[in-house]
Write a protein that binds this ligand. Structure first.
Ligand code: ATP
Ligand code: MG
Length: 223
């Protein structure tokens, strides 16, 4: 049984077809990259998978059960979406990193949060920084940490390294690869960067709402 199974999925908004007849299966442990021109529907697809948006038609199964049968807040603990423009809240970095613990009614694990901050090149002092004082690339990294403090089954990444320089991008890539090796985390990643997309072992290319190319590692990058 596949982890995700999407059949004939379409999404319409404002009388416009944004996604059309999407067919996609994702197995546990897959690392799938999603490429395509701006406005082609990539983020829309991930938001539907994240249950932030709802499909207009078609079928969508997670672990063999229709998406409608899941309680959204429970589902989102397993399938975690990292927004294209990071959304931080509260006042400080700590407010954001404590949030995954708060919703689980658990005590904030500051040691783990600091360890993750350091992994992405940010010192411990960042915990008390106000979110307004962060750069775009720093916000992206904080949002990513918030998404993986409790490792999801599926991590949905929407251009999460777009504001990072080459060095920090490499750090994030290595970190993601390490997490994948330790667990069976499944990753779906939208990227405009060919080198980044090539890290994945499966690829799909979307143009005007349709999947126009699919490939595995053996086929290379086929956009
Ligand atoms: N709720 C909505 N109502 C109307 N139009 C929408 C809605 N959601 C998305 N769109 C439109 O659908 C198209 C696809 O948007 P989407 O954000 O999925 O593109 P994308 O491939 O992620 O682009 P980018 O690479 O620029 O991030 C765009 O033209 C967008 O304006
Ligand atoms: Mg997008």
């Amino acid at each position: 049984m596949s982890l995700l199974e999407i059949k004939n999925l379409s999404f319409e908004a404002a009388n416009k077809k944004i996604l059309e007849n999407i067919q996609l299966t994702v197995d546990e442990g897959d690392f799938l990259s999603i490429t395509g021109p701006s406005g082609s529907g990539k983020s829309t697809l991930l938001k539907i998978i994240a249950t932030i948006s709802s499909k207009t038609s078609g079928e969508f199964f997670y672990n063999g059960k229709p998406i409608e049968s899941y309680e959204p807040t429970e589902y989102r603990k397993e399938v975690s979406y990292c927004f294209q423009s990071p959304v931080l809240f509260g006042e400080t970095v700590k407010d954001n990193l404590a949030f995954p613990y708060t919703i689980r009614e658990m005590k904030f694990d500051e040691t783990k949060a600091v360890e993750y901050l350091k992994t992405v090149g940010l010192p411990e002092e960042y915990l008390d920084k106000t979110i307004n004082s962060l750069s775009g690339g720093e916000k992206q990294r904080i949002a990513l940490i918030r998404n993986v403090l409790f490792q999801p089954k599926i991590l949905l990444l929407d251009e999460v390294t777009s504001a990072l320089d080459e060095e920090n991008r490499q750090i994030i890539w290595k970190w993601l690869q390490d997490m994948r090796q330790k667990t069976k985390m499944t990753i779906l990643m939208i990227s405009h960067n060919e080198e980044e997309a090539a890290l994945a072992d499966k690829h799909i290319h979307i143009v005007t709402g349709k999947i126009v190319g699919k490939g595995g590692a053996e086929n290379g990058f086929t956009s």
